[in-house]
Design a protein around this ligand. Structure first.
Ligand SMILES: [Zn+2]
Length: 81
């Protein structure tokens, strides 16, 4: 589960995202979760956290966290996969 952050550092709720997607759909606008991240300038890889979990040797549980390689910890949207 991802927790996109607002600019003031507060986390968005999943309900808020769902509501946004519903409004976008009604308006005939792009409403994918990725669209949400892109439009709100949130990194899709880390979900605005700035860090991602690291997994060693295909382990099922994360061994720790590291700076997000997509946004370099800035939490901003990047086109990088
Ligand atoms: Zn990131």
């Amino acid at each position: 589960m991802v927790h996109p952050m607002r600019e003031n550092g507060q986390f968005l709720s999943l309900n808020e995202i769902r509501e946004w997607r519903k409004q976008q759909m009604i308006a005939g606008q792009p409403n994918d979760l990725l669209d949400y991240y892109r439009i709100h300038d949130i990194c899709m890889r880390c979900g605005g956290l700035g860090t991602v979990f690291t997994y060693l040797g295909g382990a099922s549980k994360p061994s720790g966290t590291t700076i997000c390689p997509s946004c370099q910890g800035t939490c901003h949207w990047t086109e990088t996969k």
